[in-house]
Design a protein around this ligand. Structure first.
Ligand code: ADP
Length: 496
C-alpha cells in the first residue's frame, strides 16, 4: 500500500526529511545540520557531497523511524534552498568545487560592473529579478572563471550545472536525470520567465555553455525514479519546487491574490499573481511559483533580510533573552513600545528599500526605556518590515488581500502575529501544519501521482490552527507606521 509521501527539504543549514500521510499529517521527521564553510569575509560555501549524504541519511532514518519501506512511499517531493550553485563532472558525478551558497557576496563587484554597463533593466525584463549576487548566474560565472579548465570542460560537455534540486535529482536517479523545475530555474538569472526556457541572450551575456544546463520540467510531474539500490525499490520523484514557492503551495495559496508570509531567519512574502508575470516597479521580484502540466502560476516576492534573526541577535548578541520564546513574555510586560523603534538593517535593507548601505538603529530611547521595550520593538520590527513589503506588493498587483497566511519558526509567537494583524489591518491565518515547505513539495508530488485528483482536494485537507484579527484603531496604526518610517529614514544610507 503506497500510503505516504516523502518530502526532502534541503535547507541552508540542515537537510530534513518528513514523511506525510494522505491527510498531510507528519508521520516521521528527521533533521541533520551540515557544515557552513566561510572561506573569506562575505563568502559562504557548502560541500555538495555532504548535502547529498545528509539528505540521503535523513531519508533512510525517517523511513526507519516510521517502520516503513520504500514500497509504501507513493512519491518523493523535493524542496530546497534556492540559487545555490553546484557544478559536477558528468562522468563521475563528483562536484568540481564547493557549492556557492545564495548568501555569498563574492560576485558583488562583478554585478556592480554589469549594473554600471546598464544591463539591469534588460535582465530584469527577462528574469523578473534584480541584478544582484544573490542569484546563480554570477556565481556560476565565477566557478567557470576560477576553477582551472572549467570553461573549456563545460563547453566540451564534461561538466553539469544545477541548483540543489538538480543535484539531488541527479544523485537520486543514479546520474540518469539532469533536470530542474521552473521555480528553481527562475532564480538562476539565466531563465526567461515569459518563454519558460533558458534565455539565449542571458547565456551569451554570462558566457554559460547551454550543454551544462538541466532540462526544465514542470514542478508537478514525474522527473525520474530513484536508483533501486538507494531505497531497495524505485520511487518516483514527482514534485520539485524552491523552498518559498513550495511553502506558498503548501499553504494552498492557489488563487490570484492569495499570499503567505514566512517568518524565518529572513522573511519571505509571496503572492500568487496567476498566469501573469507582473513587472514590478519597486524592489520586488517577479518569479515562477510552480508549473503543473502546461499551467504556470507566477508570484510576486519580497524579502526581508533580517526577520527572526533579530531575535537571535537579542539572545546571542545582546544577551537580553535566554531563548526566542522569552521575547513574547517580555513584550507582553509593557503596554506599548514606549516610543522605541528598532530597525534591524544589519546587512542593509531588502524589499522595498534595497539599500545595501542601511545599518541598524534603535530610535526613541528615553530614561524610561526598559529591556522589555527593546524586545518589543524588535518583534514589532518584524511586523513593520512585512507591512512595508505587503504595501508595495498590493500596489503592484492591484488586488487587495483579504487574508494573509503565515508560517515559519517565529509564527509561534502570538504577540507578533496579533501585532502583525493590527498593523496590517488584515486577518492572519496560521495553519495547523507549520511544515508548509515540506508539505508543499509532498503535495505537488501527491498531485502528480494521482493521490489527489486536483488542488481542491488539497485545499480540503488544509486546516487553520488559529486566526488573528485586527483589534487596533486605524489612527493608532497610522501613527505607529509613520514613526517607524521616520526610524527607517535614519537608518538608510548610514554606511555610505
Ligand atoms: P529558517 O528556516 O530560516 O532557519 P525557522 O523557520 O526555523 O528559520 O525560524 C527560526 C527563526 O525564528 C529564528 O530566527 C528564531 O529567532 C525565530 N523564532 C523562533 N521562535 C520564535 C519565537 N517564539 N518568537 C520570535 N522568534 C522566534
Amino acid at each position: 500500500m503506497e500510503n505516504y509521501l516523502l518530502a526532502l527539504d534541503q535547507g541552508t543549514t540542515s537537510s530534513r526529511c518528513i514523511i506525510f500521510d494522505r491527510q498531510g499529517r507528519i508521520c516521521s521527521k528527521v533533521q541533520r545540520e551540515f557544515s557552513q564553510i566561510f572561506p573569506q569575509d562575505g563568502w559562504v560555501e557548502h560541500d555538495a557531497t555532504e548535502i547529498w549524504a545528509s539528505q540521503m541519511g535523513v531519508a533512510v532514518e525517517a523511513l526507519l523511524q516510521l517502520g516503513a519501506d520504500a514500497s509504501q512511499i507513493a512519491a518523493i517531493g523535493i524542496t530546497n534552498q534556492r540559487e545555490t550553485v553546484v557544478v559536477w563532472e558528468k562522468e563521475s558525478g563528483k562536484p568540481i568545487c564547493n557549492a556557492i551558497v545564495w548568501q555569498c557576496r563574492r560576485t558583488a563587484e562583478a554585478c556592480d560592473r554589469m549594473k554600471a554597463e546598464g544591463l539591469e533593466p534588460e535582465i530584469r525584463a527577462r528574469t523578473g529579478l534584480l541584478l544582484d549576487p544573490y542569484f546563480s548566474a554570477s556565481k556560476l560565472r565565477w566557478i567557470l572563471d576560477q576553477i582551472p579548465g572549467a570553461q573549456a570542460r563545460a563547453e566540451k560537455g564534461e561538466l553539469l550545472f544545477g541548483t540543489v534540486d538538480s543535484w539531488l535529482i541527479y544523485r537520486l536517479t543514479g546520474g540518469r536525470v539532469h533536470a530542474t523545475d521552473p521555480s528553481n530555474a527562475a532564480r538562476t538569472m539565466l531563465f526567461n520567465i515569459h518563454t519558460l526556457s533558458w534565455d539565449e541572450e542571458l547565456l551569451r551575456l554570462f558566457n554559460i555553455p547551454r550543454c551544462m544546463l538541466p532540462k526544465v520540467l514542470p514542478s508537478g510531474g514525474v522527473f525520474g525514479y530513484t536508483d533501486p539500490h538507494l531505497f531497495g525499490k524505485s520511487i518516483p520523484i514527482a514534485g520539485v519546487a524552491g523552498d518559498q514557492q513550495a511553502a506558498l503551495f503548501g499553504q494552498c495559496c492557489f488563487d490570484v491574490g492569495d499570499a503567505k508570509n514566512t517568518y524565518g531567519t529572513g522573511g519571505f512574502l509571496l503572492m500568487n499573481t496567476g498566469a501573469v508575470a507582473v513587472t514590478p516597479k519597486q524592489g520586488l521580484l517577479s518569479t515562477v511559483g510552480w508549473q503543473i502540466g502546461k499551467e504556470v502560476n507566477y508570484v510576486l516576492e519580497g524579502s526581508v533580510f533580517v526577520c527572526g534573526a533579530v531575535i537571535q541577535w537579542l539572545r546571542d548578541g545582546l544577551g537580553l533573552i535566554k531563548n526566542a520564546a522569552e521575547s513574547e513574555r517580555l513584550a507582553n510586560k509593557v503596554p506599548d513600545n514606549g516610543g522605541v523603534y528598532l530597525v534591524p538593517a544589519f546587512v542593509g535593507l531588502g524589499a522595498p528599500y534595497w539599500d545595501a548601505y542601511a545599518r541598524g538603529g534603535i530610535q526613541g530611547l528615553t530614561r524610561a526605556t526598559t529591556k522589555a521595550h527593546i524586545v518589543r520593538a524588535a518583534l514589532e520590527s518584524m511586523a513593520y518590515q512585512t507591512t512595508d513589503v505587503l504595501t508595495a506588493m498590493q500596489e503592484e498587483a492591484t488586488v487587495s488581500l483579504t487574508k494573509l497566511r503565515v508560517d515559519g519558526g517565529a509564527a509561534a509567537n502570538q504577540f507578533l502575529l496579533q501585532f502583525q494583524s493590527d498593523i496590517l489591518g488584515l486577518p492572519l491565518l496560521r495553519p495547523a501544519c507549520v511544515e508548509t515547505t515540506a508539505w508543499g513539495a509532498a503535495a505537488l508530488a501527491g498531485l502528480s501521482v494521482g493521490m489527489y485528483a486536483n488542488k481542491e482536494e488539497l485545499k480540503a485537507e488544509w486546516r487553520a490552527d488559529r486566526e488573528f484579527t485586527p483589534q487596533m484603531e486605524v489612527s493608532r496604526r497610522e501613527q505607529l507606521l509613520k514613526e517607524w518610517h521616520r526610524a527607517v529614514e535614519r537608518s538608510c544610507g548610514w554606511a555610505k
